[in-house]
Design a protein around this ligand. Structure first.
Ligand SMILES: [Zn+2]
Length: 426
């Protein structure tokens, strides 16, 4: 199929141009003014903006093993609805994605997904932290990173081995940072709100101790480390300083850490329970500054679907996490662009360019000759997000009924028109 997007404004990470985009054979064939092609289906882009497809390096598709929460096909549709054209699934599935057989199963199923689904392999077998997984074998099957996400790699010598070994395969190590002895059974941020609600708190130190440890290990080895879903002011400061010192550290945060604080847990709202927990307003401000000054390299969703029954229970028993694909761009637009003066180019850098480069895939740019992974968004009309209408199998979100100023309306993946006027064709 051929498509011609007319009269749109294209935002790349480094520039903005008004033009038409001609898509043919899965590629962006031509960008220019007053383009006309006989066989192309015309898409009116005049009231919309065009961005490179978003790339999420951290999501949970729950497949294999927990398909009642999500599966690769439904997760991909939810990603598409939010403008993500490439996503990286975490390996905490059942069985754990720690060997070639599971990776091959996922890759095979992902062939029928409507977006590009990539897989991260486990660092350690069974995510148990004791023995390295078959990283080399999984690399041959196409994994793009390794991580024990959901759990920390508690043993420092294991993290050292992981950085060295994954480094040999040029695979990024994504570190979920949590000192379990400091978490100590907590279920939300430790502070005023946890005291008020009578819940056991998780100190910021639980995250920051591990962030420091991994910065120091990476520095000692001259290896790279990527720290995922940072949530505290202290983590931002540690990483900012480490970058100044030349440590090869990168990091991401999630939309909830720049849009919500611990007060969202009031009323024992389990849809605001996540790991790391929502922090304080001071942390939110520091996360935004970290995104602004480049300390934080990218935004990831940590899309974490759970069944209603796993959230409809006492706060400390509820599972951690929220769905995130379909609100991520809207949150970035409202909380970073509108409220904090970020440019849309910066959003492209944080949500498309940098994550695409991080996992070394094509994309992250609307340019002639590049893969036609791109989206259109409406930034002129408000819309109200309704969790019930979410494309994900799960509905666990703290943003139900939020009204947003921007919405992804159209999505192209490899030149296929998979979301048209907010309808996921999949
Ligand atoms: Zn995690």
């Amino acid at each position: 199929m051929e498509y011609l997007i007319k009269n749109t404004v294209i935002y790349n990470s480094d520039k903005t141009v008004k033009a038409d985009i001609y898509i043919k054979d899965g590629k962006i064939e031509k960008i220019g003014e007053n383009l006309s092609y006989e066989n192309a289906t015309v898409v009116d882009g005049s009231k919309k903006i065009a961005l490179p497809g978003l790339c999420d390096i951290h999501c949970h598709l729950r497949d294999p093993g927990y398909e009642y929460k999500e599966d690769i096909i439904s997760g991909a549709k939810s990603a598409a609805a939010g403008g993500f054209t490439s996503i990286v699934a975490m390996p905490n599935t059942k069985p754990v994605a720690d060997n070639k057989a599971v990776i091959d199963y996922i890759n095979n199923k992902a062939k029928n997904a409507c977006v590009n689904v990539y897989q991260a392999g486990a660092i350690t077998k069974g995510l148990e932290g004791k023995e390295l997984a078959e990283i080399g074998e999984m690399k041959k099957s196409g994994i793009v990173a390794v991580t024990d996400d959901g759990k920390p790699v508690s043993d420092g010598s294991m993290m050292k081995k992981a950085l060295l070994y994954a480094g040999m395969f040029d695979l990024p190590v994504i570190a979920h940072e949590e000192d379990m002895s400091l978490v100590d059974g907590g279920s939300m941020n430790e502070g005023y709100m946890s005291t008020y609600l009578g819940l056991r708190g998780i100190s910021k130190a639980a995250e920051e101790v591990m962030v420091s440890r991994d910065i120091i290990i990476a520095k000692s080895l001259s290896e790279k480390v990527h720290i995922t879903h940072i949530s505290t002011k202290g983590s931002v400061e540690l990483i900012r300083q480490a970058k100044k010192d030349g440590v090869k550290v990168t990091c991401d945060t999630c939309p909830h850490y720049f849009s919500l604080d611990e007060t969202a847990c009031d009323g024992f709202n389990t849809n605001a329970k996540m790991n790391p927990p929502l922090r304080t307003n001071e942390d939110v401000e520091a996360i935004i500054e970290g995104l602004r000054d480049g300390t934080i390299d990218m935004i990831a969703t940590d899309h974490a679907p759970h069944h209603e029954d796993e959230k409809n229970c006492e706060f400390d028993k509820a599972l951690n996490g929220i769905i995130g694909f379909e609100t991520a761009f809207a949150l970035a637009y409202d909380y970073l662009v509108t409220k904090n003066g970020f440019s849309l180019n910066k959003i492209v850098e944080l949500m498309s360019r940098n994550p695409s480069d991080f996992i070394k895939i094509e994309g992250g740019e609307i340019a002639e000759g590049k893969v036609a992974d791109l989206i259109l968004a409406d930034v002129e009309n408000k819309w109200t997000y309704e969790a019930e209408k979410s494309v994900s199998k799960s509905k666990n979100t703290p943003y139900n009924k939020f009204t947003f100023g921007a919405r992804v309306t159209d999505v192209f993946v490899k030149g296929n028109y998979i979301v048209e006027n907010c309808n996921v064709k999949g």
